[in-house]
Unconditional design. Structure first.
Length: 83
């Protein structure tokens, strides 16, 4: 819900947040050390971002973080493909 709220806020034309996109979005999901199989939050986060047409990348230095590049955010913001 938090990721959808952030992305929808950026994509809402009446909201001024969209003009503030200046850097990569870093989402802390944790490494899933207590997950039975795969990290649950990472899978759910990835699924939500894919709904927006965004493919997140795992941080190469910290597997508990997902990164969405500024270019992907600006492309998503420009297309508004699901509206």
């Amino acid at each position: 819900a938090a990721i959808r709220n952030i992305l929808d806020g950026w994509l809402d034309e009446t909201n001024s947040m969209g003009g503030g996109l200046t850097a990569d979005l870093v989402i802390i999901t944790g490494k899933g050390l207590n997950s039975v199989s795969t990290p649950v939050l990472q899978e759910i986060t990835r699924e939500v971002l894919l709904e927006y047409g965004i493919e997140p990348q795992l941080d190469k230095t910290n597997s508990g973080r997902m990164i969405v590049g500024i270019g992907d955010l600006l492309e998503c913001f420009g297309k508004k493909s699901w509206r």
